[in-house]
Write a protein that binds this ligand. Structure first.
Ligand SMILES: Cc1cc2nc3c(=O)[nH]c(=O)nc-3n(C[C@H](O)[C@H](O)[C@H](O)COP(=O)(O)O)c2cc1C
Ligand code: SF4
Length: 484
């Protein structure tokens, strides 16, 4: 993963943990209304893909125990991983694009209700993404994938057959290739072919504004049928909806260009979902406080987006940052480009080796700026912040100073799914604290079952411990005895 050139090693934040009484009186453990539901506390576990679904996108026993483990820590809200809204093969990513996924999703809801004693509100993040192919072997790229046109033909001296053009190009040095191939062709060769929302010469991309509102609305309906408390529309990171919102979206069909047009599809999706679900089913979204890439949205854009999403009637706004393909590292041959390997990926999941600012709460000032714009426009929409939050004081300060309305922690919750509960019970000293090395994110990148380095080798032989497919790691954090 990319690291800031300063390479400053940041130790964990010092922490003073509150007594149970102080915790009870804190803002962190006060309720928060999200549309028609109330969270018992302002603690939030955001979406995290654990790579535990079947290859067909169904809920597995491993998925159930992953969410059960988080639910036992009783966060105010738990958001189920990015779940695909289409009925197409997507590898072991959870899916909600057909009613056949409903029984598994119902089991998931039941499991979380039971494990949290009904205290945790359960949301599901619903996502659309475009096609990304693996980086090809160069020989295969020239022999099969490259579509030969007049430029290639001319450069090769107009030989009799495409095969001769391909053979000619295959032997060229990099600088020659850069002169002959288009920028996109060079990218496909070096990174793997990747679709963009601006590829309007492709019918299925041109038609996205026609198909996505119903796909999202159908997925939201299924989420409600399965018993979820609400949905989070995934408008963040490297995926379709964030790409529509981004300043890099130059579509000229009324769905790109100026901000008002970039917002059009995200709003149309939301309105269709709302129309289908009625006012009582909570619908919010996750979007970016900053794209963190050249030419992408800045915090000023994000503030304007936040105001419009609030005006449209979103029930919550959850803010992430970065996580883009545009600045991602070149993958190895046979691997797909991964949007968390460049500087914007760093901003999304910052590690302990950082710049002056460090990994803790990097998203807080921009989120505060966005929340202020939303409030100044007259909307009370709850705003959720994530990114390097791992102590009670940090969370409480964010809430007390009005920088956000709920505090999300992904990696700290993975390191210790009971951490919010431990704070609430005045037992903060027992928290297993995330060290922000991104071992977990490295597993995610390889599409391996996600675990945490702080516990995945612990007590492997204990009865009932579920192991990863390589048999080397436990899949869930060890139990914590609340009565102990
Ligand atoms: C393994 C892993 C998987 C993630 N999957 C998702 C996801 O499905 N959707 C999403 O919006 N963010 C995802 N994220 C990002 C987190 O929700 C969160 O925004 C990010 O890790 C920063 O918060 P943290 O510092 O508390 O970890 C993932 C993060 C990790 C570590
Ligand atoms: S592996 Fe564990 S300690 Fe390391 S960053 Fe992930 S959650 Fe934190």
């Amino acid at each position: 993963m990319w690291k800031p050139p300063e390479r400053i090693q940041h130790p964990q934040l010092p922490a003073r943990w509150p007594s149970a009484r102080e915790a009870m009186a804190s803002r962190l453990f006060s309720p928060l209304r999200i549309g028609s539901i109330e969270l018992e506390e302002r603690t939030w576990v955001p979406a995290m893909v654990p790579w535990r679904a079947t290859d067909d996108g169904f809920v597995t026993e491993e998925i159930l125990s992953w969410y059960e483990r988080f639910a036992r820590g009783r966060p105010g809200a738990l958001v189920v991983e990015a779940t695909g809204i289409r009925d197409i093969p997507s590898g072991p990513l959870l899916r909600i694009g057909h009613d056949r996924f409903l029984p598994g999703l119902r089991d998931l809801v039941t499991t979380v209700r039971r494990a949290s004693g009904g205290h945790t509100r359960l949301l599901i993040q619903i996502i659309d993404f475009l096609s990304v192919r693996r980086r090809p072997d160069p020989a295969k790229f020239f022999d099969r994938y490259l579509e030969i046109d007049f430029r290639h033909r001319l450069a090769a001296g107009n030989p009799g057959s495409d095969a001769e053009v391909r053979a000619y190009l295959r032997e060229l040095p990099d600088d020659e290739l850069e002169r002959i191939l288009s920028e996109r062709e060079v990218e496909s060769l070096r990174f793997g072919y990747r679709e963009r929302v601006t590829d309007t010469h492709l019918e299925h991309i041109r038609e996205l504004p026609k198909v996505l509102p119903d796909l999202f609305a159908d997925a939201a309906r299924r989420a409600r049928d399965a018993g979820f408390d609400g949905v989070e529309l995934h408008y963040a990171h490297a995926y379709t909806m964030a790409s529509f919102l981004s300043a890099l979206n130059t579509r000229t069909d009324g769905y790109g260009g100026v901000l008002g047009d970039r917002l059009r599809l995200p709003l149309e999706v939301f309105f269709r979902v709302r129309e289908r679900m009625g006012p009582d089913f909570p619908v919010g979204c996750r979007f970016l406080a900053d794209d963190c890439i050249e030419g992408g949205n800045t915090v000023e854009d994000a503030a304007a987006i936040g105001v419009e999403l609030a005006r449209a009637g979103m029930d919550f706004l959850s803010l992430s940052r970065g996580g883009k393909f545009e600045d991602a590292k070149q993958p190895k041959v046979g691997w797909a480009v991964y949007p968390y390997t460049g500087p914007s990926g760093y901003e999304c999941m910052p590690t302990a080796i950082s710049d002056e600012f460090g990994p803790f709460g990097r998203n807080v000032p921009p989120v505060a700026r966005i929340r202020r714009a939303v409030r100044d426009a007259g909307f009370q929409t709850p705003v959720i912040v994530a990114g390097g939050i791992s102590t009670f004081e940090q969370a409480e300060e964010i809430l007390a100073s009005g920088q956000a309305d709920a505090v999300a922690a992904a990696r700290q919750s993975l390191a210790d799914p009971d951490w919010f509960r431990k704070i609430r019970l005045g037992r903060g000293e027992e928290i297993r604290r995330c060290v922000y090395t991104n071992y977990c994110e490295g597993l995610d990148q390889k599409h391996k079952q996600v675990t945490c380095q702080l516990w995945d080798r612990e007590a492997l032989a204990e009865p009932g411990v579920r192991l990863s497919s390589d048999g080397k790691r436990r899949l869930e954090a060890p139990d914590w005895d609340e009565s102990g």
